[in-house]
Design a protein around this ligand. Sequence first.
Ligand code: SAM
Ligand code: SF4
Ligand code: SF4
Length: 350
Amino acid sequence: MAAPLIGHDLAPLDGALIDRRGRRVRDLRISVTDRCNFRCVYCMPKSVFDHEYNFLPRANLLSFEEIFRVAHIFVDHGVEKIRITGGEPLLRRHIENLIEKLAKLPVELTLTTNGSLLAKKARALKDAGLTRVTVSLDGIDDAVFKRMNDVDYPVGDVLDGIEAAAAAGLAPIKVNCVVKRGSNDDQILPLARHFRNSGHILRFIEFMDVGSSNGWRMDEVLPSADVIARIHEEFPLEAIDANYHGEVAERWRYKDGAGEIGVISSVTQAFCSTCTRIRLSTEGQLYTCLFAQGGHDLRGALRRGAGDEQLRRVIAAVWRERDDRYSEIRTAATALPDAPGKIEMSYIGG
Ligand code: SAM
Ligand code: SF4
Ligand code: SF4
């Protein structure tokens, strides 16, 4: 899976960090664990992630010190946003200690969570310096939500987590729903009704062909255009401008002033041309695309005692060689679950 780092072009570091398609690096996503207490059907189906599944041993995980070193270098290279993810990031022990370290960097620091531990941890996360939180929520009906997380986890506890995060000041909160046609698309309107006037930003994500275990099929993708049409019929919407160049979500607002929603159309409207994201996996592999077939091993370099300048050059070389645009060139063949080289989302970090 890992590409050797030797042989990269270690050219001088003058000038901005731009990849082969003219994109600069702006967002770093850091996966802090490959484990999760949910078994969402589109991400870690029980049939694959069962009690025999080999999660990473502890020694393979990057330490908080190692993560901080890498993050620091990325910030020097122009990263403005860091997102902590996983797996379920709140399962990583003492995660607030990592937040506290990263909060010293001049970045927007956010975290994506399934919300199950948020009621307990929101205050500590805020005190540690977290800027905002994104909570995944695939239904508002308890039975549908339980079916999606597949561990019988009640929706009420996640809603409590969202409120605790809001009370702690981790706002505005983004609430993400992955839509799987025929599984939870009946939740679109109930979710919209629930979050109107709440100040939280509800976003619908198209079901993606990440990894090889979620049994992805095109006919289970509900295009974002249909999501917008369904909501617009009950609550008229109008499009609004992106907050910044390269924003992933397309923004809409209720015409009656009840707030904002968003859609992320990775399948039907690829946004690779403005993709400024890079991912650091739980065990220190650097991935330049969610669908990359291999990573670049930073942990090896870190543990062999590489200095900051050496790491800086390696990272620069990885970004400058980047040519990814998977979603633009996705075909029926590459999207097949058994297409070679597909890496699970819980490993690479969503
Ligand atoms: N466990 C945390 C959570 O669920 O928020 C963070 C990690 S999860 C991998 C990050 C995001 O990826 C979640 O919002 C999840 O819904 C999304 N995701 C996972 N598998 C997906 C898929 N096949 N298609 C679209 N989004 C997916
Ligand atoms: Fe866990 Fe998040 Fe994947 Fe669901 S989407 S199984 S909560 S990592
Ligand atoms: Fe970025 Fe890869 Fe997703 Fe395209 S497919 S938007 S390059 S992560």
